[in-house]
Write a new protein. Sequence first.
Length: 251
Amino acid sequence: MSGHSKWATIKRQKAVTDSKRGAAYAKLSREIIVAAKQGGDPTANFRLRQAIDRAKAEGMPKDNIQRAIEKGSGTGSQDNYEELVYEGYGPGGVALLVKCTTDNRNRTAGDVRLFFSKNGGNMGESGCVNWMFKEQGEIYISKGAKFDEEALLGVVLDAGADDLDASDENQALVVCPVEKLEGVRAALQASGYKVDSAAPTMAPSNTVEITDRDTARVLLKLIDTLENSDDVESVYANFEMDQEWLTEFLS
């Protein structure tokens, strides 16, 4: 599994154990609100269904989820959230995409710029690193005692996926075009596989290898600081580093 995917896996596992629930719920609510602007019916709005699934996985109360759906779809009180993406470079020349959901773009831009400057990075102009990333769907599947990689490969390829990475001890990663994400997920569930998560992501087309421990520490501090901001939904980066550093500095 690539460094990018290992980082994503460790972050997800870490979030389950040490997220501050209130802050996590606020971010999840914003995600649902923005998704619901495209329609409040999750059966017809895949993005909304994904957001609801993530909220449920975090234990977010049903009432909170419903209120967020109503706000986004226009049937409840209104919140004027918009999506923004900021770009820049971190320590070691690592490219960073920062996806935000905010009701105050001036505040968010100022905060993100400050986080970059205080942690060895530089926020850049729009488009400076976006070309290094490609949108794709990623599906994580729990490995059971009877896991069969060859059988899984047959299922995902038949469903239109591009790749399977089963090198991680606990999970397999299926990569697919974004437009086929829902179909591949449905095929996996119909075949009896436990889908831990299914979501679009921005995967790097090339990576920068970080070989210096101090650079790794500062880079991961920058990423962690960004992700802890209330306005930041996701951070994407194009680095590779020793997995021990990932575990140590993200713990």
